[in-house]
Design a protein. Structure first.
Length: 356
């Protein structure tokens, strides 16, 4: 597709902008959205930006019945010089196509979708909040639209991008959160959808998440599906442990999503010469480290939260308090560095940002 082909239809009715001091995650949406259609004859075609509005889908659309749906999560930031910056969008597009391949959805042209996102963000740039910790969340997603009740890949799809001004993902802010170690339910299994950012992954997590919140915890720590022993992810984030000065994160084993923030954290740690390794790590190892005082920090990483420090883990009736419930120095440094690069407050020596 030619990058000049995007048609833009401006809305006649502008929404009121929300209060920047009260931006719950994912509750407000901008005036416009991007759409792109797919069929077997034309491939991906008809790129357009239109007023934000409900979709019209046939009740037999295959997304409702067989779950062919993938998505990504990105952010746009207002830099100190009023430039608008995206953070590593090429990595999101690589993962988008990885998800597409796993769910038998046609791949997209990542460069074109980044261009479409830049165009859409420019159209709705007045929605980008400027307060500390705020950003414009970008949600590209693809759904199967063919009206058919046959169990197979759809022949038609729609790709959409919507935008949402957001504050901090967790209401607690950067305060350490309490996490329940989940030992009953399973999020993903090797060979399944764990490596794809598919809607079904998140549907599978909701019951455990609800039960954890009812018990007073912010999220769940997922263990492997086979032995219920080895750590995988925390909520919808990757997880890191600092034990005896070394940072450990579960290796990508076929059921763990490769996070863009995870990759960024590891690159920063390597640049800082902080020992870091990807390997299998059991909940028993973490518990033993907690008992002998070797467990120094625990934090989750993801686009929405960036860094989410963990102050407590609850497993098998054992309460593990991490760093006396305070955020660790490394967690804080990583958060400050990534958000500083994202907002232009720190030099982007790794060339991670893309200007809109």
């Amino acid at each position: 597709m030619n990058m000049e082909e995007i048609k833009i239809q401006q809305t006649d009715i502008r929404k009121d902008k929300p209060d920047q001091s009260n931006l719950p995650f994912g509750h407000y949406f901008t005036d416009h959205m991007f759409l792109l259609d797919y069929n077997l004859e034309q491939g991906w075609h008809e790129p357009r930006i239109v007023p934000y509005a409900p979709l019209v889908l046939d009740p037999a659309a295959m997304v409702f019945h067989y779950g062919q749906a993938v998505f990504e999560g990105m952010k746009a930031f207002i830099a100190k010089d009023e430039q608008i910056l995206l953070f590593r969008p090429n990595k999101n597009m690589e993962r988008f196509n990885q998800s597409n391949r796993r769910l038998e959805i046609p791949e997209i042209d990542g460069d074109f979708i980044i261009h479409a996102i830049q165009t859409l963000v420019n159209v709705d740039k007045e929605w980008i909040p400027s307060g500390k910790g705020t950003s414009l969340y970008i949600r590209p997603f693809i759904i199967a639209t063919e009206a058919c009740l046959g169990v197979r890949a759809s022949h038609t799809y729609q790709l959409l991008v919507i935008l949402s001004p957001v504050g901090a993902y967790y209401s607690e802010g950067l305060e350490p959160v309490k996490i329940n170690v989940e030992s009953s339910y399973t999020r993903a299994v090797r060979g399944g959808l764990g490596t794809a950012k598919a809607a079904g992954n998140y549907a599978a997590s909701i019951k455990a998440q609800t039960e954890a919140k009812d018990a007073g915890y912010s999220q769940v720590l997922w263990l492997d599906a086979i032995e219920k022993r080895y750590i995988e992810e925390v909520g919808s984030m990757n997880i890191f442990f600092k034990i005896n000065g070394k940072v450990i994160t579960p290796q990508l084993n076929g059921s763990i999503l490769a996070g863009v923030t995870r990759d960024s954290i590891m690159e920063l740690l390597n640049n800082w010469e902080v020992p870091v390794e990807e390997r299998q790590i059991s909940i028993e190892e973490v518990y033993e480290a907690s008992l002998n005082g070797a467990l120094e920090e625990v934090f989750g990483t993801g686009t929405a939260a960036v860094i989410s420090p963990v102050g407590e883990l609850f497993w098998n009736n054992h309460q593990m308090i991490v760093n006396e419930g305070h955020i660790g120095q490394l967690s804080q440094k990583l958060y400050d560095t990534i958000t500083g690069i994202q907002t232009g407050l720190l030099p982007d020596t790794l060339q991670w940002t893309v200007q809109v």
